[in-house]
Design a binder for this molecule. Structure first.
Ligand SMILES: Cc1cc2nc3c(=O)[nH]c(=O)nc-3n(C[C@H](O)[C@H](O)[C@H](O)COP(=O)(O)OP(=O)(O)OC[C@H]3O[C@@H](n4cnc5c(N)ncnc54)[C@H](O)[C@@H]3O)c2cc1C
Length: 320
């Protein structure tokens, strides 16, 4: 069976959920071979094996941390040369997409980004994408070279499928030309204790209807009761009520959670572009004519300051 390279996104060996989703999707196409770069391979390997990796190729080099993505591309290319895979899958993060694009150029392959599903096809893997502000769903496949595909978080539920997960060292030579951009400092982002917006299974977002930074704790309380990330519309961000890092939409982040709750958000096309592929959408808006109600699974016409706290209390009481 053909092998499929899966680029592992991790923090010191703690494998992030989108990688487990990639392994699940990779098994539809062939045998997943995980590529783990940097420290922590010992921690990561059993988790990767548990989710279907037949092999784990590992490499650690100081250059991975000292420079921007190019040394990682060197390593992924070394894995590609060693395996000759049927496809290369990466998470659709900013870094994942940059590595994917550079690899595709180097190996002369076509690339598909932001896939939301993946299936095997007679002439190679077929990727589903949601395009033009999620107005269309397309299916496409790479027609040149080995498909390089980035997949959005939450596109598949990770499934356990124990495999050998044999750990092998990958020989990597970092090219001089890959050392063009050195990282000179790092500042850890202040942790909110909430899941990462683009990876969260549940997102609760607030818009202009929240009417002030001082009211965002209402949204945060519902998010925390559900273990969700907090998002915001551009109107709320532009007003300075919530950080830009939490903006959902065309000029913010693209999310695709199992559940998206929009409170006090009208549903402008630019907001929809960032959340329309969510599996279940719930809106709370006091205007029954708000366009957001055109795309929801469940809608509540009401004042968010009544509905959201009541919902939070109900969630908490059911968790009991
Ligand atoms: C190039 C470009 C890029 C853009 N990118 C983005 C983007 O990435 N993300 C984004 O979100 N927008 C983006 N926008 C802006 C977008 O067009 C809208 O202006 C914005 O999404 C509106 O935000 P909103 O829904 O919070 O505010 P509004 O459209 O003002 O809607 C507020 C809603 O809250 C409701 N409401 C008010 N009070 C309450 C209450 N107490 N209880 C319940 N409901 C209440 C109102 O009925 C209304 O429907 C972009 C625009 C442009 C031109």
């Amino acid at each position: 069976m053909a092998e499929v390279l899966v680029y592992v996104d991790h923090v010191d060996g703690a494998v992030r959920k989108p990688t487990l989703e990639l392994l699940t999707l990779a098994r539809r196409i062939g045998e997943p071979v995980a590529v783990h770069l940097g420290a922590g391979a010992d921690t990561a390997a059993p988790v990767l094996a548990q989710h279907g990796a037949v092999k784990v190729l590992t490499a650690d080099a100081p250059e991975f941390a000292e420079y921007l993505v190019a040394p990682k591309v060197d390593a992924l290319q070394a894995a590609y040369d060693a395996v000759s895979p049927a496809a290369v899958l990466l998470p659709s993060s900013a870094e994942g997409k940059e590595i994917a694009a550079r690899l595709a150029v180097r190996i002369g392959s076509g690339i598909i980004t932001d896939a939301v599903d993946l299936e095997a096809g007679d002439e190679g893997p077929v990727a589903t994408q949601s395009v033009f502000a999620a107005s269309f769903t397309t299916k496409s496949r790479v027609s040149k070279g080995t498909p390089v595909i980035t997949v959005k978080p939450n596109s598949a539920a990770p499934e356990a499928a124990p495999a050998a997960g044999t750990v092998e060292q990958l020989a990597v030579t970092v090219a001089e030309s890959s050392k063009g951009t050195k990282i000179v400092s790092r500042t850890p982002r202040e942790s909110t204790g909430r899941p990462e917006l683009t990876e969260a299974a549940i997102v609760v977002s607030g818009g202009r209807g929240v009417n002030g930074a001082e009211n965002f704790p209402v949204i945060e309380a519902l998010a925390d009761s559900l273990g969700a990330a907090v998002g915001a519309s551009r109107a709320a961000v532009d007003a300075g009520w919530y950080p830009h890092t939490n903006q959902v939409g065309q000029t913010g982040k693209s999310v695709s959670p199992q559940l998206y709750i929009a409170a006090g958000i009208s549903g402008a096309i630019q907001h929809r572009a960032g959340m329309q592929t969510s599996k279940t959408i719930v809106a709370i808006n006091k205007d029954a004519e708000a366009p957001i109600f055109d795309l929801v699974d469940y809608g509540v016409v009401g004042d968010l300051f009544d509905v959201v706290p009541a919902l939070t209390d109900e969630v908490k009481s059911r968790k009991g």
